[in-house]
Design a protein around this ligand. Structure first.
Ligand SMILES: [Zn+2]
Length: 92
């Protein structure tokens, strides 16, 4: 028998999305209550983070989808909630 330990978080518990530059290791947290989205270029070293519009659009789409869900959950109070499952990094 195999057991797997998971970490489960409500989407409502998300504080933000962290963008980490692979070139200079700068880290920027996009808070979900802020209007500005994810930038396409690192403000520290000017590396182009997403290598083109498609990946940048996907990053913006992910952020906007989470914001839209939180708004819907807050205003419409649906009978279901979304939770995110993560593998426990301390168990590997
Ligand atoms: Zn950078």
């Amino acid at each position: 028998m195999t057991a797997e330990r998971l970490l489960i978080f409500d989407v409502a518990d998300l504080r933000g999305i962290r963008v980490e530059c692979k070139k200079c290791q700068a880290q920027i947290t996009i808070r979900l209550d802020q209007t500005p989205g994810i930038k396409a270029v690192c403000p520290s070293c000017n590396a182009e983070w997403f290598g083109g519009q498609g990946a940048h659009d996907a990053a913006l789409g992910l952020t906007n989808a989470i914001k839209l869900w939180l708004k819907y959950e807050r205003e419409k109070k649906p009978d279901a909630t979304l939770r995110l499952e993560f593998s426990d990094p301390t168990r590997q």
